[in-house]
Ligand binder design. Structure first.
Ligand code: CTP
Length: 208
């Protein structure tokens, strides 16, 4: 039985005990891919940032909050995975310091210092086993194919799902998506705007 590791949802990077930096990811695309993989009869581990979604039947789900916590869980399960799909919208930056307690508003301006998080997908690309298939997502608002192709090469991936997130009817936090699936070798596959489960089934069919 093929084993697939999927990440989904946003991450939360804590500023203090009650505040965080995050993004608009709902997790719907990653959860749809998990469901489509279950339909294929694959064994699915889903590492999920905070979402309001139910766990698809048959999926083993591990909940995380920060990019660092997601990295730890991904590296734990990656060695045994035949396919890895990084659909999570991992934060690129996190606060250098997390304050304990709630920061009081007693200053006129407030500068928050950020540092880069680890690029989980790039690390997976560096340590990829032969025969392990790695699929990343590229959320772009301009030059979709050029930017996505650069990411595919830079992170040593087999596939990248290029996602135009500049339009409100597809991508972040909606039920539909349109993707161009770019392989390392060969011609890109365009998946027209459709429900995320339908798009997910086509992604799974392609990587199979
Ligand atoms: N990703 C990751 N770890 C991070 C950031 C992103 O694993 N710290 C993964 C995402 O899950 C996604 C892919 O990398 O599959 C796309 O990441 P993105 O942030 O869009 O690419 P970058 O290389 O950071 O490029 P840029 O932010 O300049 O667009």
């Amino acid at each position: 039985m093929k084993r697939v590791l999927i990440t989904a949802g946003p991450t939360r990077e804590a500023i203090d005990t009650v505040r965080y930096i995050s993004n608009r990811s709902s997790g719907k695309m990653g959860y749809a891919i998990a469901e489509a993989a279950i339909e294929q009869g694959w064994k699915v581990t889903l590492i999920s940032g905070p979402t309001n979604l139910p766990t698809p039947h048959g999926v083993t789900r591990i909940d995380v909050d920060s990019a660092a916590a997601m990295a730890t869980e991904v590296y734990r399960y990656a060695p045994e995975a035949d396919f890895i799909v990084m659909a999570a919208a991992v934060a690129d930056y996190r606060p250098v310091q997390t304050f304990s307690g709630k920061i009081k508003k007693n200053v006129t301006s407030f500068l928050l210092e950020l540092e880069p998080t680890e690029d989980i997908l790039a690390t997976l690309g560096k340590n990829k086993r032969p025969n392990q298939i790695l699929l990343g997502f590229a959320a772009e608002t301009s030059q979709l194919i050029e930017h996505a192709t650069k990411k595919l090469k830079r992170k040593n991936l087999d596939w990248i799902a290029a996602n135009d997130v500049s339009r409100s009817d597809r991508g972040f936090d909606v039920d539909t998506n349109e993707i161009t699936l770019i392989p390392r070798h060969g011609a890109p596959v365009h998946i027209p705007n459709d429900y995320k489960l339908a798009v997910a089934r086509r992604i799974i069919a392609a990587i199979q």
